[in-house]
Every structure is written in structure tokens, then in C-alpha cells.
Design a protein around this ligand. Structure first.
Ligand SMILES: [Zn+2]
Length: 387
């Protein structure tokens, strides 16, 4: 596909500068700086274009950056990318210096999602430079906290009405995300009875009971999830994450807790997953009538299935056929994304983005040729949607 060389050059320049800004999420890495500096960097560049920027704190020192282009009237199309990154373990010595080899730019957040933050800015600059007239409003949102609790997109939805949203994440050129799993982080706690280790008639071993429950949960995942993958979103996520219990070698453990991550597919809720676990506990009571177990949902997010997105799809489809010579391929993901919150709020949404490698790992990289194409796709989709 043809992209203006200026677009790719500018993306490389912007991305190299923002890779150097530490925007690790402080919820994941206590003491990390968060989004203040990188949001201010974008605000300065956008304001230099004559467009005001609102830095809206989602919590102290953690802003979303919001800008608007167009009439201020509906329809409102939002472009969303997230400013925060995961940690830098394994490569703190080099992850803040962008390294470009051929099409591959390496740096922390290069693909997820600083490259796409850069794409939003360059798309805005190009819309102005090419004097593209918009009917309605383009809302640009550089959001905070996607890698943890998604407070940035949660706040965005509350504060800014919108008619449709494109979330830019590293999906690979030519694909458009229309579905993904939800997830839950659950604690399953099994009760025992503390007793001196030499008093088995008094003690109940919570860890042994949890071990049996863990085995049955895995068998359930094998039978139900792994045997029946979702056609777009793959196998429903299930794995044990943490385990804790007991006090000392000489004492029967009074309780034991298994932390798990578990997915939900479109049409399912976290309550369905909890009910399945409770049914497994009920099944264990055939042999252990006094078994006590409790399920606590620590965090959960809904699955996503694009809905009411025909107009947005048509705009993206037209842009893709113009620029790539083909329609986008509708895809799903087994991972969760902010589109889950947008979908739950009834906002028609899709996600597109450039390919990358080594997400959340050393030597993360983005394909700059794809990033330039994605930027052109965003411009052309905005132009069509707000024509
Ligand atoms: Zn991301």
C-alpha cells in the first residue's frame, strides 16, 4: 500500500521520542511514574497545532489526554490508544532507547501501545495538513491505565459521549477485532481446621482439599473449555495463578486459597464461571460432606462482541479496500482489551493496529511499515465516517 514517506518518517521520530519516556503503570510496578510525562508530551505537540488538550486525571498524577477536531457536534468518532506500558524487567538498560533495524523498531511499548499513540498524533497532523474537512467530531483519546484496571477508558466513557470508537492496539494490518474474551481474577478458598500436627483426629487439611479441587477445576477446563474453543476467540482462558495456605510445618492448615484467571466468552458472565466452580464443590461433597469453599471475584471484565458497528465497519471497509485492496478480516482474541468496556457501554467499537513482536517481554518491537499503513487507514476511516 502507498503511504506518504513523510508519515513513516514522522512516526519514527515521534515513537523514538516517546519510547524514551518511562510510562510504566504504577498499579503493576509500585513507584513507576505512570502517564504524566508522556501525556504532557502529547499535549504540547497537539497544542502546537492550535488544538486545546484536556489532561483529565483518572487518579492523582495519572491523566488521560483528550483533544477534539471538527465541529464539536455529533457524530463523534473516537480514536483511542493507551499511554501506559508494562514493566521493563529483563531489559531496563536498553528499552528506553528506540532501535530501528529495517522495518522493526524495538523499545518498551513500541507496539503496545506507544506506536499507536504516535499513530493518533500523526493522523491528526495529516488531517490538518491535508485540509480534510470533517462533519461531526473526531475525539482523540490517549488513555491511561490500560495495562491494569483500565481506569482511563472507564473515565473516557463516563466523561465523553461518543457514537463509535476505534481502539488502536497491535493486531496486525488487515485484521479488525470484532470479539474477545472477558476475564475474571478469582480466589477459591477452602476451609480446613487448625490443629497440632500430631492430632489428625482434630485437624482438617485445607491444602489437601484444595489440591483435589484444583485437580477437578483443571479437568473441568480440559473437558469444557479446551475441548470446545470459541470460533473467533479460541479456548476459554483458565489457569491457576497463585496458591497460599498454612502457617508452619507443625500445624494443620486452617485454610488454603487458589488464585485463578478464568475467561468468559460473548454471551457468558463471570457469574456463570462462579456457578461452575460451585457445582464442582458440590460434587466433592459426595465424598467430603463437610467441605467448605468460597469463591471471591477480585476483578472481572466483560467479554466483547462488536454490536451496532455497521457504519463504522463500512467506513473501515471502504478505507481498507481503497488502501489495501481488500476488506478487513474480522478476528477475535483470547486476550482482553478496552473494547470490552466500550462494548458494555453500548458504544459501537472495533480495534485495528500494526503487527508487533515480544509483547510484554524484552525486545518488544513494532513493524513501522504496518504502523504507517495503519495511520493511513485511520485517516481514511475518519474521513469516511465523518464525511
Ligand atoms: Zn495494549
Amino acid at each position: 500500500m502507498q503511504t506518504a514517506p513523510a508519515v513513516r518518517e514522522r512516526l519514527t521520530e515521534v515513537l523514538s521520542e516517546i519510547v524514551a519516556i518511562d510510562a510504566r503503570n504504577p498499579w503493576l510496578i509500585p513507584g513507576a511514574p505512570g502517564e504524566t510525562e508522556i501525556a504532557a508530551w502529547f499535549a504540547a505537540r497537539v497544542e502546537a497545532l492550535g488544538i486545546p488538550v484536556e489532561l483529565e486525571p483518572i487518579s492523582p498524577g495519572r491523566p488521560n489526554g483528550i483533544a477534539r477536531l471538527g465541529s464539536g457536534e455529533p457524530p463523534v468518532l473516537c480514536l483511542n490508544a493507551h499511554l501506559d506500558t508494562v514493566g521493563d524487567a529483563g531489559w531496563p538498560d536498553r528499552c528506553y532507547s528506540a532501535a530501528l533495524t529495517g522495518d522493526r523498531l524495538v523499545g518498551l511499548g513500541a507496539a503496545d501501545d506507544k506506536g499507536h499513540c504516535a499513530a493518533l498524533l500523526v493522523a491528526l497532523e495529516q488531517l490538518l495538513e491535508r485540509k480534510i474537512a470533517l462533519r461531526g467530531t473526531l475525539l482523540l483519546a490517549w488513555v491511561a491505565d490500560e495495562e491494569a484496571e483500565s481506569q482511563g477508558t472507564s473515565e473516557l466513557i463516563v466523561r465523553h459521549p461518543m457514537d463509535a470508537c476505534i481502539v488502536a492496539e497491535p493486531l496486525g494490518l488487515g485484521r479488525a477485532l470484532v470479539s474477545h474474551q472477558g476475564f475474571g481474577w478469582l480466589d477459591v478458598t477452602v476451609a480446613g481446621r487448625a490443629a497440632h500436627g500430631s492430632a489428625p483426629e482434630k485437624g482438617i487439611d485445607a491444602i489437601a482439599r484444595l489440591a483435589e479441587l484444583t485437580r477437578r477445576l483443571d479437568a473441568h477446563a480440559e473437558r469444557t473449555f479446551r475441548a470446545h474453543p470459541h470460533p473467533l476467540n479460541g479456548v476459554t482462558v483458565y489457569h491457576a495463578s497463585t496458591v497460599r495456605g498454612g502457617t508452619d510445618y507443625a500445624t494443620y492448615p486452617a485454610d488454603a486459597t487458589l488464585g485463578i484467571e478464568i475467561g468468559t466468552q460473548p454471551g457468558e458472565t463471570i457469574a456463570d464461571r462462579v456457578a461452575e466452580i460451585e457445582a464442582i464443590v458440590t460434587g466433592m461433597r459426595v465424598e467430603l460432606p463437610d467441605l467448605e469453599a468460597r469463591v471471591d471475584v477480585r476483578l472481572h471484565r466483560p467479554p466483547f462482541e462488536a454490536n451496532g458497528h455497521e457504519r463504522l465497519w463500512d467506513a473501515l471497509d471502504g478505507a481498507s479496500r481503497d488502501l489495501l485492496g481488500r476488506s478487513p478480516e474480522p478476528v477475535g482474541e483470547n486476550a482482553w482489551m478496552d473494547t470490552g468496556l466500550l462494548g458494555a457501554a453500548g458504544i459501537p467499537s472495533l480495534s485495528i493496529g500494526a503487527a508487533g513482536e515480544n509483547f510484554h517481554a524484552p525486545d518488544e518491537s513494532v513493524d513501522m511499515a504496518e504502523l504507517a499503513s495503519v495511520t493511513e487507514l485511520l485517516i481514511a476511516t475518519v474521513e469516511r465516517y465523518l464525511a
